[in-house]
Design a protein around this ligand. Structure first.
Ligand code: C5P
Length: 219
């Protein structure tokens, strides 16, 4: 329907962890559940947006029509999937917990346990969001930041470095917020460095607040 606030808008959302292969049966991963990104995708779809949800490994499923899910495993696959759709979209919300590093060499065969010590050499993954920021035209870019110190200062640096329009700062200092919890306490910082601290809320409500920020941008 054309009456919804985000009708006609296309949004790319990234969600979940990435798995970086070591050999055919092993990987380096992280504990991201993907819930924040899936909640954002569902909320965007409720407001009429067409959503591309690029998701790392997760068991979550989407709840709304209008979401095309693209399953990926590694950061490099997520990078490719994002760049394939970026030209079509109006908004990007990067909620994925992308691995910063990947094994430099991936063994063709399962690695045998021979030596007492085993070293895995890592190389840097591309920063997906920054790579989109570097080529953005009309797109509205939303990123996340999770810091343990100097949070606002680092978040502002991230806005500049990744060419973002809005950053969602996760406060680890607040009880009840963060990884594996159903609730989140965030602070919004926009590209003009306006700072807006929000209350502790469920992740669904935080997702809604983020989507309302996007709607406001188009009013
Ligand atoms: O630099 P940092 O990892 O703290 O930035 C977090 C933000 O950047 C999140 O929005 C995350 O999804 C995005 N990101 C990304 N690709 C990476 C690392 C982070 O898109 N390789």
């Amino acid at each position: 329907s054309k009456s919804l606030a985000l009708s006609g808008k296309k949004v790319l959302v990234t969600a979940g962890p990435t798995y970086e292969p070591i050999d055919p049966v092993r990987f380096i991963g992280n504990h991201s559940s993907g819930k924040m990104g899936f909640d954002i995708a569902n909320s965007l779809a409720k407001y009429g947006a067409e959503v591309y949800l690029v998701a790392g490994p997760t068991h979550l499923v989407t709840k709304e029509a209008g979401i095309r899910i693209i399953h990926v495993t590694s950061a490099l696959e997520m990078y490719d999937a994002c760049h394939r759709v970026f030209g079509e979209v109006d908004v990007v919300v990067a909620a994925a917990a992308v691995a910063d590093y990947r094994p430099k060499y991936v063994a063709d065969q399962k690695i045998k346990k021979n030596s007492e010590e085993f070293v895995i050499e890592l190389e840097k993954n591309p920063d997906i969001l920054a790579s989109l920021g570097a080529i953005k035209k009309h797109q509205f870019l939303v990123g996340f930041a999770l810091e343990t110190e100097n949070e606002e200062e680092y978040a502002k640096q991230k806005i500049k470095k990744k060419n973002l329009d809005l950053i969602v700062l996760n406060s680890l200092n607040d009880k009840g917020a963060g990884f594996g919890k159903p609730t989140n306490k965030v602070t919004f910082i926009d590209k003009d460095f306006n700072i807006q601290p929000m209350d502790l809320k469920s992740k669904e409500e935080v997702a809604n607040d983020i989507v309302k920020k996007i709607i406001k941008h188009y009013e």
